[in-house]
Design a protein around this ligand. Structure first.
Ligand SMILES: Nc1ncnc2c1ncn2[C@@H]1O[C@H](COP(=O)(O)OP(=O)(O)OP(=O)(O)O)[C@@H](O)[C@H]1O
Ligand SMILES: [Mg+2]
Length: 277
């Protein structure tokens, strides 16, 4: 009998301060690579923006970072664990995720209160689980914190888009996660709702006790002040990743979106317009 051959894969140990560490990660469906050969490390205390055009692979990347999807190739370290070597049902409650896909899994008849509290058990839909009083208390506190108190008994399907987004963030925070992934939390919000959310996320970003944060967005206007890093994706590949000011530049954003853009920044708020030729 021959002894097993060890390659790099077997030697993968995430760095101690890495909350998310992807090494050469590819996710393949059929002949298509949804994301390809991604190296990415999110460390304790960092606040990341992920940007890129429609279909660039942002949500796929969030699914991997949320332990909801396994890579076809490569290694993924999440919170001192390695995907494939850990029970994902134990890992997932340590990671908060809000996404349009998750929103679609919350039954419309669910109340706001239940949509939040059920996250304590990693389920969407309240059947027969017994919830601890502590969980109900935490859900209520989050519902207040996110300005949803008057909606606590309302059905999820009766909410406006902005109200739904806030419910999903409160839900993502229910398990007191060590990593919070927000996939387009401002999509569909009016300007007031967006500004509210940007301000709240900026406050969260400044809180040393807050979890590591990753925010997916299409719009530079949605980048909250205090975010520290950015990753730009195009067609499944990393265009640039690093400290936010070195990444959200004319050059890198133009490359990511495939058109000439001029970026400006003032008081930590970013915006972009098409560059005049
Ligand atoms: N199961 C699948 N099989 C084949 N292709 C898929 C599958 N899931 C996603 N895709 C494709 O992979 C690409 C990346 O999708 P993804 O949702 O990650 O993009 P995105 O950057 O989040 O886009 P958006 O900005 O529109 O949300 C898209 O072209 C999508 O159609
Ligand atoms: Mg997406």
């Amino acid at each position: 009998m021959t002894s097993p051959q060890f390659d790099d894969h077997d030697l993968f140990t995430p760095e101690p301060d890495a909350v998310v560490q992807l090494r050469s990660v590819t996710v393949r469906r059929g002949a298509k690579d949804l994301i390809r050969d991604i190296d990415w490390t999110v460390r304790d205390g960092e606040r990341w923006i992920v940007m890129g055009p429609n279909g660039a692979g942002k949500s796929t990347l969030m699914q991997v970072a949320a332990a909801r999807m396994h890579p076809s190739v490569g290694d993924v370290g999440l919170l001192d664990e390695v995907l494939g070597e850990v029970d994902v049902f134990e890992l997932r409650p340590r990671i908060g995720l809000s996404s349009a896909q998750l929103a679609g899994q919350v039954p419309g008849s669910e109340t706001v209160q239940n949509a939040v509290v059920t996250a304590a058990y990693g389920v969407t839909g309240r059947w027969r689980e017994e919830y601890e009083l502590d969980d109900e208390g935490r859900a209520l506190a989050l519902i207040h914190q996110w300005g949803l108190a008057r909606l606590a008994r309302r059905r999820f399907d009766s909410l406006s888009e902005g109200e739904r987004k806030r419910v999903l963030i409160a839900r993502a925070l229910m398990t007191d996660p060590e990593l919070l992934l927000l996939d387009e939390p401002a999509a569909g919000l009016d300007v007031g709702g967006r500004e509210d959310l940007v301000r709240t996320l900026s406050t969260v970003a400044a809180d040393e006790d807050a979890p590591a944060l990753v925010l997916v967005t299409h719009h530079l206007e949605e980048v909250p002040p205090g975010f520290t890093h950015a990753l730009l994706l195009r067609e499944g590949e990393v265009v640039h990743a690093g400290p936010i000011r070195e990444t959200l530049t004319d050059e890198h954003l133009s490359a990511a979106f495939g058109l000439p853009l001029r970026v400006s920044e003032s008081d930590g708020r970013y915006s972009a317009v098409a560059a005049r030729r």
